[in-house]
Design a protein. Structure first.
Length: 110
């Protein structure tokens, strides 16, 4: 239970930083940012409901951070090309599948 509470606290601590980053970026990344937020919420709800274990949440958070890093690198020059957008969206598709698997597998948080 302590581990689960710690994971939830870490997830909630990361939200303000994501919100600040979102407001400073251009509208070209708005859909990507909204999707990241939705994925973050799915992970949080999974942890709170016990569908996602602390270990799974940590792994999913690392993967989410990689996608955010991809977006940051792509936006370094101020624009997001179609190729970069497609690559990021592909990574988000993969994360969607990982989150779904973690929420629907037989592992449960104790």
């Amino acid at each position: 239970m302590k581990t689960q509470s710690m994971v939830v606290a870490l997830l909630l601590a990361a939200l303000p930083a994501a919100t600040l980053a979102q407001s400073s970026e251009t509208t070209s990344t708005l859909r990507i940012d909204q999707r990241q937020e939705t994925q973050q919420q799915l992970i949080e709800h999974g942890v709170q409901s016990g569908q996602i274990t602390a270990k799974e949440a940590k792994r999913l958070q690392k993967r989410q951070a990689k996608v955010r890093k991809m977006e940051g690198r792509a936006m370094k020059d101020g624009t997001l090309t179609a190729k970069e957008r497609k690559r990021i969206q592909g990574a988000q598709d993969k994360e969607d599948r990982q989150i779904f698997r973690a929420r629907s597998n037989k592992q449960r948080a104790k």
